[in-house]
Design a protein around this ligand. Structure first.
Ligand SMILES: Cc1cc2nc3c(=O)[nH]c(=O)nc-3n(C[C@H](O)[C@H](O)[C@H](O)COP(=O)(O)OP(=O)(O)OC[C@H]3O[C@@H](n4cnc5c(N)ncnc54)[C@H](O)[C@@H]3O)c2cc1C
Length: 444
């Protein structure tokens, strides 16, 4: 009998397996796909190094600890320092997101009234953000203009989500806690910073990728696990057997496995299907977690065809602007070796909760929309050449207003099944680093 079977070799499953391995346990990982990494997919297409899923990652403290413990820090490369520069479409122009007090005073992204409202945050009466949407919480603390012009685009960038639906406690948990504990986000920040001064474990600052993309990074994690990872092996059934678990794998994979413990590191809907015979309530709770659909469209443009200088991380489009593209990343500006000389590699996102039907559009329609929006935003005069359009019908989990309570109940229920744990981006945070940390936590 194996100590632990991990179902799914995305970031969460790989992290769970690493953590278990680090504790000297025999672990096997089974994944339905033809390579480990889950949604992390990097491909070389026509001389461009294209990300079809996640484009980069932030390296937060818990994920960094795991990577360090397994000698994987060297599998990361930082983005160019210019990646700090980010833009939001406003009033027919791309405006830099202000990164300091001087820039804040000068930025046209907020009106004078909007800026004053934002500065009044320490004097706003304490509320209770625990069951509010992000729009309610942030609107109350910072004003509706900041929500529309800054918070909304930020949430589009991370969640492809809708600030009116996303839950404040799940998305901005630390900020909700600052209001609860200090009466204000700004006051709370200042007090906590003074209290901690250098004492807290920190991640790596900025954003990162692998030398050959995010897919290369997850491949390096998988390589640490060697032949413990089996791909093309879909787990089709899971059942309690004696004091362990029986794991059935489809006919491409090895035969049934017996394991003392199982970590189910799948997207919520897939986890629900697998766990329905084990616990219908767990399955129902998993099925209720919504995901935003996203179309990721990577295009090549000739640098000479772009009127505006392409620099920095990329840009985001507020809902009210009425463009099709949600945001665009300047991939060839972020990391070296992404595009041949004279070309830029841009990755544009369409769909999300704003326009979910966009993921069903054919390539030529997606490209037409990207072309039109790049002409408006970047002054693209020539053609955008489609490298690849990747459709993700369930790309990013959307934590709802009651997400934190729901996940706590889900975990309690799962804990009634000895040796069963869940991991994945729908639990504690949607980013790749969150998924790594979640996998390690599940393993522990
Ligand atoms: C388009 C897109 C862009 C993103 N951009 C970023 C970004 O820039 N930065 C960032 O930090 N995050 C980003 N994210 C989010 C982040 O990539 C994910 O949240 C994270 O990688 C999810 O990891 P996971 O292990 O939870 O799930 P997944 O990566 O979905 O892995 C689940 C695995 O389970 C396998 N599987 C499914 N069913 C079975 C079964 N029955 N048996 C066995 N295996 C099965 C699948 O093949 C898959 O490998 C993005 C996500 C998407 C989709």
């Amino acid at each position: 009998m194996i100590d632990t079977v991990v179902v799914g070799a995305g970031a969460a499953g790989l992290a769970a397996a690493l953590e278990l391995r680090g504790r000297g346990l025999a672990v096997r990982v089974f994944d339905a796909g033809d390579r480990p990494g889950g949604v992390a997919r990097t491909e070389r297409i026509e001389g461009f190094l294209v990300e079809r899923g996640p484009n980069s990652l932030q390296v937060k403290a818990p994920a960094l600890e795991l990577l360090r413990a397994h000698g994987l820090e060297a599998a990361l490369v930082p983005a160019s320092p210019a990646s700090r520069l980010r833009f939001v479409w406003h009033d027919g122009r791309l405006e830099p997101v202000p990164m300091g007090p001087g820039a804040f005073v000068r930025t046209p992204l907020l009106s004078s009234r909007g800026k004053l409202r934002l500065l009044a945050e320490p004097f706003v009466r304490r509320g209770d953000g625990s069951a509010e949407s992000v729009a309610q919480f942030m609107g109350r603390r910072l004003g509706s203009e900041a929500v529309e012009r800054l918070v909304g685009p930020f949430l589009t960038g991370v969640y492809a989500g809708d600030e009116r639906q996303l839950g404040a406690a799940a998305v901005f948990g630390p900020l909700v806690a600052l209001e609860r504990d200090h009466g204000s986000i700004v006051r709370g920040f200042a007090r906590e910073a003074l209290r901690r001064r250098g004492g807290r474990a920190r991640g790596l600052s900025g954003i990162w990728s692998g030398p050959s993309g995010v897919g290369g990074f997850t491949a390096q994690i998988a390589a640490k696990l060697g032949d413990a990872v089996t791909t093309n092996a879909r787990v089709v059934a899971l059942a309690r057997e004696g004091d362990g678990w029986r794991v059935e794998i489809d006919r491409n994979g090895p035969g049934p496995q017996r394991a003392g413990r199982v970590v189910v590191a799948l997207p919520a809907a897939e986890a629900a299907s697998l766990l329905r015979p084990v616990d219908a309530d767990v399955a129902a709770a998993l099925r209720a977690i919504a995901y935003a659909p996203v179309a990721s469209v990577s295009v090549a443009v000739a640098r000479d065809d772009v009127a505006r200088a392409i620099e920095g991380f990329g840009f985001l489009i507020p809902r009210s602007a009425g463009l099709d593209v949600l945001g665009c990343l300047f991939m060839s500006q972020l990391f070296p070796g992404r595009a041949p000389a004279g070309f830029e590699l841009l990755t544009c996102f369409l769909g999300g909760m704003r326009a979910p039907a966009a993921v069903d559009l054919p390539d030529d329609v997606l490209l037409g929309r990207v072309q039109a929006d790049l002409a408006r935003t970047l002054g693209l005069r020539g053609p955008a050449r489609l490298l690849v359009a990747t459709r993700w019908p369930r790309a990013i989990a959307q934590p709802a207003r009651d997400h934190v309570a729901r996940i706590a109940r889900l975990r309690e229920r799962v804990a009634t099944h000895p040796g069963l744990a869940l991991a994945g981006s729908y639990l504690d945070g949607v980013s790749l680093a969150d998924s790594l940390a979640c996998g390690a936590r599940a393993a522990r």
